[in-house]
Design a protein around this ligand. Structure first.
Ligand code: ZN
Length: 69
């Protein structure tokens, strides 16, 4: 029985989870919200128009800005 060893394994898991989040952020996942029709989607491009109405009036939020949850 080694409780300290178990804690170290948990730390490594958290570290790996952070690395995955950073990789996702590097992949440019952008949350998009159309101000015209209210459609919402996730994109990897900052240039795409709304698929629903074709508007370019898009609010874009990088996903890595969202709090953990
Ligand atoms: Zn739209």
């Amino acid at each position: 029985m080694s409780e300290i060893g178990n804690e170290n394994e948990q730390d490594n898991t958290l570290l790996n989870q952070w690395r995955q989040k950073i990789e996702i952020a590097n992949h440019n996942n952008i949350f998009c919200h159309c101000r015209h029709c209210g459609d919402e989607w996730v994109d990897s491009s900052l240039k795409s128009a709304c698929n629903h109405c074709g508007s370019h009036n898009i609010e874009r939020i990088p996903c890595w800005q969202f709090p953990d949850g």
